[in-house]
Design a protein around this ligand. Structure first.
Ligand SMILES: Cc1cc2nc3c(=O)[nH]c(=O)nc-3n(C[C@H](O)[C@H](O)[C@H](O)COP(=O)(O)OP(=O)(O)OC[C@H]3O[C@@H](n4cnc5c(N)ncnc54)[C@H](O)[C@@H]3O)c2cc1C
Length: 475
């Protein structure tokens, strides 16, 4: 069969929050000739709800993080999304023998975390080099040795960043924290939990419906990109079913995990300056292990922290859906989140083994009489070729220049999506804002003149050149 070729001005790669906001901005600037290419059969990307135990649960994003003028909060209000109060301090503590008192450890850690943010802020303002969040916590006197101390640290740190303090940049942990607490004006310092049975993605799908007609041919669902051929003149996209899309410009919104892997290939290969930024950044994994039980045997608190005696982060953070949904409306969903190595381990296990393991943990916490869960769902984001993780985290070692390189255009390919946001990486607002900025920039390329975006062919250290001593010289 002859190859089907579509010609367009702008090919938007990916139909998540970033792709939807990029197209919205193109339309606002008079560019109607675009396509959105999406591998899945629906829009939303990592905003993805599905049925579990009679309920629509969020496999991906679940909180509006930052209120005030946060564009995601504005969309939630605009589309009347069902969101409810969330209180991280509404918390019970357990270990493998039952209930414990973890309040002091929890308060101590929160004080240390605040102090570490102050320290990071001061050091960055005085142009000192970045350090890990672990070093920052050590410097303010936090030294977790007991399981409960490690457990509260995990709850307040890893459960947010999806990686541990040892690999996380202290400066950008502070920037990230500050950006959703403070950047959205008065009263922005809060989160809301989405329980809308139309799904979190509803707000994005509604936005797309404002500019897409019913069965709009510009929306190419169930179309998987395999190769992107790019140059200063244009872009040719190849798909799994053998079609080609020739575009003047492309906007990729693929996750950082996809950019780091070979599920989509680039011709020519990404240049070194781009690859260093892409590979230096981290795609973290935050695995929500959904569990439904025959009755509620856990506390009424919104959250429960489990302190495992042997393994930091092992089935650490539990959330009680009965505390979020209107009374008597859930199917007793009490589920646990695992991150980083704990998540990779779970993803590699069979569902049966996971079920047996989590039942043992819960029996340690609540007693031998607890029955296994009646239902379980294991999202495997890390192994999914369309995502390869859940959201990005700024690691120690990635410099500002590296991150600029990651988001700088490459020929006529522009980069948007969650990870490309300096201030809001990891969050929906990062996806939304980089999408609209990139849409605006590409519209300028088409309508008048392309705005210049900085990048660094070589990232060098200003002060000190690393020098290496040959090992023999020490002998
Ligand atoms: C488990 C989890 C929890 C989260 N919690 C929160 C939260 O509470 N609050 C918050 O603000 N953020 C949260 N996030 C982050 C938030 O979901 C993301 O920042 C945001 O959804 C990313 O949008 P995006 O458009 O940048 O990328 P995506 O949503 O990943 O969009 C990219 C699209 O590209 C498509 N694609 C990939 N490969 C191909 C291919 N080869 N061909 C065609 N299409 C392809 C994908 O299917 C996807 O639809 C969470 C994410 C996850 C996964």
């Amino acid at each position: 069969a002859p190859t089907k070729t579509t010609k367009t001005k702008v090919a938007i790669l990916g139909g998540g929050a970033a792709g939807i906001s990029a197209a919205k901005e193109l339309v606002a600037n008079g560019v109607h000739d675009f396509v959105i290419i999406e591998a899945r059969d629906e829009l939303g990307g990592r905003a993805h709800n599905l049925e579990f135990a009679g309920y629509q649960i969020e496999k991906g994003c679940n909180w509006v993080q930052g209120l005030g003028t946060n564009p995601i909060y504005e969309l939630a209000k605009k589309w009347d999304l069902d969101i409810v109060e969330n209180n991280y301090d509404d918390l019970a503590f357990y270990d493998n023998h039952g209930k414990i008192n973890g309040t002091k450890a929890y308060n101590d850690f929160n004080d240390a975390l605040d102090a570490s943010y102050d320290l990071a802020e001061n050091r960055s303002k005085t142009h000192q080099a970045d350090i890990s969040s672990r070093a920052a916590l050590d410097l303010v006197g936090w030294n977790p040795l007991k399981p409960i101390e490690q457990a509260v640290e995990y709850y307040a740190f890893d459960w947010e960043f999806a990686e541990d303090p040892d690999v996380t940049s202290a400066f950008y942990a502070y920037v990230g924290e500050d950006s959703y607490d403070g950047s959205f004006g008065p009263n922005s310092d809060d989160d809301k939990f989405v329980i809308d049975q139309r799904g979190f993605k509803y707000i994005f799908v509604q936005e797309a419906k404002q500019y897409l007609k019913e069965n709009d041919p510009r929306l190419m669902l169930s179309t998987t990109v395999t190769n992107v051929k790019w140059s200063d003149k244009g872009v040719t996209i190849s798909t799994k079913d053998g079609a080609k899309i020739e575009a003047d410009y492309a906007i990729t919104t693929f996750s950082l995990g996809v950019l780091q892997n070979d599920d989509v290939t680039w011709t020519p290969e990404m240049p070194d300056w781009k690859r260093v930024g892409v590979f230096g950044f981290h795609m973290a994994t935050y695995l929500k292990l959904f569990l439904a039980w025959d009755h509620q045997f856990w506390d009424d608190n919104q959250y429960t922290v489990y302190a495992d005696p042997a393994s930091r982060g092992f089935y650490n953070t539990w959330q009680n859906f009965n505390a979020f949904f209107p009374k008597n409306k859930t199917s007793n969903i009490f589920y646990v989140t695992l991150t980083q190595d704990q998540a990779y381990r779970i993803e590699a296990m069979s569902d049966e083994d996971i079920k047996a393991e989590v039942t043992e943990v819960v029996r340690g916490m609540y007693g031998k009489h607890i029955n296994p869960p009646v239902d379980m769902f294991v999202p495997r984001w890390h192994s999914d070729p369309l995502f390869r993780g859940t959201y990005s985290n700024w690691p120690i070692g990635e410099l500002e220049e590296h991150h600029k390189n990651m988001r700088a255009p490459m020929g006529r390919v522009w980069f948007a999506g969650e990870a490309m946001s300096r201030g809001f990486y990891g969050y929906l607002q990062g996806a939304w804002i980089t999408g609209s900025e990139t849409g605006t920039n590409v519209a300028k390329c088409i309508n008048s003149k392309c705005p210049k975006q900085p990048y660094y062919p070589k990232v060098v250290l200003n002060n000190e050149k690393p020098h290496f001593v040959k090992r023999e010289e020490w002998m």
